[in-house]
Design a protein around this ligand. Sequence first.
Ligand code: GUN
Length: 311
Amino acid sequence: MNTSKVIDGKAAAARVLASVKADVSKLKSDGIEPALAVILVGQDPASQVYVRNKILRAEEAGIRSLEYRLSAETPQAELLKLITELNDDHSINGILLQLPLPAHIEEALVLQAIAPGKDVDGFHSENVGGLSQGRNVLTPCTPSGCMQLLEDACGDLSGKHAVVIGRSNIVGKPMAALLLKAHCSVTVVHSRSVDAKALCRQADIVVAAVGRPRMIDSSWLKPGAVVIDVGINRIEEDGRSRLVGDVDFDSALPQVSAITPVPGGVGPMTIAFLMKNTVTAALQQFHSRQAHAQQSTTQSSPSEAVCLSIS
Ligand code: GUN
């Protein structure tokens, strides 16, 4: 358990990445080279930074990365064709399509085109459904990172009341599903909630993912609450540009038992879990190809199977 009040997301991400790196080198020694394809459509400045960081972290972890930068005018059919090619390419284990997409591309449709087994974002309906049923599927990276931080800070989450602020497909909904899987009582607060603040004040755990700078101050928090701030909002203050979370950190700090800062909290964990998902996908694909090969050959016996596992 972490004893510091300010949760160090960079250190936690470094631990995850170190374990991923060890897994990658084990897989490589068994002849498996995990590979991640990252697709960026258009020139959104924040997305360009995120994609660059994803490629860098992949390289550091020993994961082969392929970057596809498409123009903002790329027709949807062309993007779908690329996704199909990557789905069919056995040397690619994970496919990440950076969001947001240009307005002419139907997000739900193209995300659904990614093979569920390569969907390292966990956005395909098969993975979303699997998560809501509590199955072991590829799970969205930011909520997975938040869960790791919560488990590091609190240990067992069972029986805790968690309030998730925000109901996006990327964070709020999968976060609620993961907290439920960890045996929390979960409340999702959103723009139509009646007295969101009163609901939030009941929470042992608050996960803020609304995208509104410093919306949650100490008056929203029960004394001793654990706060995970997913917001990354750029604001102009005192004549300079800076990043702040959805939580007013200075106001919240004296009230809470633990809190993530922005930056340096959840952000690094998202990328670390993308790498972890890529390795998981590579291993699952290896095992499923092996099972297929065994089914289609009469000579093989179970003892001939290569059995690999990672931490
Ligand atoms: N844009 C912002 N967050 C994410 C994410 O987690 N995955 C993808 N693909 N795009 C994003």
